[in-house]
Design a protein around this ligand. Sequence first.
Ligand code: APR
Length: 250
Amino acid sequence: MEENLIQKTAQAISRSNKVVAFTGAGISVESGIPDFRGAGGLWEKFDPGEYATIEAFRADPKKVWAMLKEMGNLLESSRPNAAHLALARLERMGHVRSVITQNIDHLHQEAGNTKVIEYHGSYRKLICLRCGRQYAKEDVPLETLPPLCRCAGVLKPTVVFFGETIPSGAHLEAMEEARNCEVMLVIGTSAGVAPANQMPWVAKRNGAVVVEVNLVSSEITRHLTDVFLQGPAGRVMHQLAEPVVQRLGV
Ligand code: APR
């Protein structure tokens, strides 16, 4: 990857305190979590039509919970990688102001980012489909599936399934951040799932520079991206944060 692209991007970041990151599954691959649509991705193993729609969940929550439990164990044992840590470092230096993530893995928060918009919800919170009561995942034993609320309703993670709407709070907050950023770092997403994938377009329409980090080009690369940094997110984000740190001499 061209060194001058890294330097150019690092300069843009170090001159701004309005950098927003928009992340997808690709940023967590180096933490051992497969993405969805890549080779060996989750949707190769679990058909999304059978496991990822709200209709499928309502029709057979026990079956879908078997996948969720397996994923939960993997997420529980995963740790932030160099890409997550670089974003947290750029926040501490006053450049990154928020992270809009499609991921449910809580790794941005574990890395130290304090403003994380979980656009597709979280695996760490459960909600009752009957009474709406919420639970922390660690308070709900998963020996018997599906887990039930004290009202006997079925519990579901607050993860947004296909066919469900994005929580309005998360959507409005993400739009606000996208509208007001000067640089948007789009990291590890195929940018094919709506409405999340409109965030880079909103940023661009409001004058932001769109920097994309991915192993391969995505749905936005040809149409929208200003700077394409091709490579694994861990390495690229680490390379990006270093010159910013040096500029600040911290
Ligand atoms: N570094 C950088 N990019 C990577 C890496 C890596 N190490 N590994 C994979 N990628 C890229 C892939 O090339 C791909 O473009 O990450 C992207 C992952 O794309 P998807 O699997 O489609 O995941 P994502 O974009 O997050 O999916 C969006 O779809 O299934 C739903 O709700 C789910 O939030 C998810 C949404």
